[in-house]
Design a protein around this ligand. Structure first.
Ligand code: UDP
Length: 328
């Protein structure tokens, strides 16, 4: 298979792991990324054009030159807190940027898209585990903008203009250690890398946000899914896009609490560090876990690395080899 695949946001965390995996699977890749959050080092020897999806003209020229047969669309803003402070920015990047991309792809005759969506489209879950048809009621602009794009894709697909798969990621975690790719955000807001920073002594302590949730140990439960498993779902989505599409949850199907994550980091690192309990972080639901039965049935996807220590262990390996991230 040597389909030409455009990868927007391919210098970011999930985008780079996926871009390298699909390149290894024999696809021909062009990464476009504005490098605002992504890292040139994460693109390695793949072709890269530095451009912003807000620049409709540049995007169109790039598509007309490369003539993609499919697109994996990762480029987006993805910080929930920031989205509350700057909703217009999220609308511009996530919705308008995607509209620019859809126009550019159409101009180049490309009608296949795999979209990076999120569990945040559901908001407070109606039930656990979450199913794809459950109500979608986002509680922050980040989730709203992703849902808006899903609606556009659904309408375009109904009109026969597009084949698409929308992958609703739960908590992406871990690293592709063999490929030298991991999670390097600034600021870092995610639990696992933050706890690892404490284990590495780069932060004085780790924090637990909320200990009064109605869960077994009082802390939030999330569905952590290994980034390599996420990436593999994109390969499958691409392979089957002409027959299978729509929205797919992507999670392990099992949840782990904040305290369990902290214990796992202590175990895999062999380090002790201070853990401080803080009040709840605004807008955090107590439990978010996915039913991934749809993607299992339709695409044959199954998590190959579902264990917490496997996930946390890979993150620990990458962070201890790159204590200052890509630029260190
Ligand atoms: N969390 C925490 N301490 C931290 C960062 C996060 O206790 O330093 C909690 C957070 O409140 C949530 C869970 O860990 O319940 C996962 O948060 P993360 O930001 O990694 O992902 P989210 O589920 O919010 O997308």
């Amino acid at each position: 298979m040597s389909m030409r695949v455009l990868v927007t946001g391919g210098a970011g965390y999930i985008g780079s792991v996926t871009a390298h995996m699909i390149a290894r699977a024999g696809y021909q890749i062009l990464v476009v990324d504005n490098l605002s959050k992504g890292h040139r080092q994460a693109v390695g020897d793949l072709d890269l054009e530095v451009l912003d999806i807000g620049d409709a003209t540049a995007l169109r020229e790039s598509c007309l030159r490369f003539k993609p047969e499919a697109c994996l669309h990762f480029a987006a803003r993805s910080l929930v807190g920031e989205s509350r402070l700057e909703p217009a920015l999220y609308f511009r990047t996530n919705v308008e940027g995607t509209a620019n991309l859809l126009g550019a792809l159409a101009a180049a005759g490309c009608r296949r898209l795999v979209f990076s969506s999120t569990a945040a489209v559901y908001g407070e879950p109606a039930g656990i585990p979450i199913l794809e048809d459950d109500p979608r009621k986002p509680i922050n602009p980040y989730g709203s903008t992703k849902l808006e794009v899903e609606r556009i894709l659904e309408e375009m697909s109904r009109a026969g203009d597009l084949r698409y798969a929308s992958l609703r990621y739960f908590n992406a975690a871990g690293a592709d250690v063999d490929a030298g790719l991991g999670e390097d955000h600034d600021p870092e807001t995610h639990l696992i890398p933050r706890v690892i920073e404490a284990a590495l002594g780069r932060e004085p302590r780790a924090f637990i946000f909320g200990t009064d949730y109605p869960t077994l140990d009082g802390t939030c439960i999330r569905d952590y899914v290994h980034v390599k498993d996420l990436a593999r779902a994109h390969v499958l989505a691409l392979e089957h896009i002409d027959e299978e599409g729509g929205a797919f949850n992507l999670g392990n199907g099992q949840g782990f609490s904040v305290r369990q994550v902290i214990e796992a980091v202590k175990k895999v690192s062999g380090r002790e560090f201070e853990v401080v309990e803080r009040p709840r972080r605004e807008g955090d639901p107590g439990i978010l876990t996915a039913s991934s039965e749809r993607i299992a049935g339709a695409l044959g996807w199954k998590a190959e690395h579902p264990g917490l220590e496997d996930i946390v262990g890979s993150a620990w390996s990458w962070h201890s080899e790159h204590p200052r991230g890509y630029t260190g």
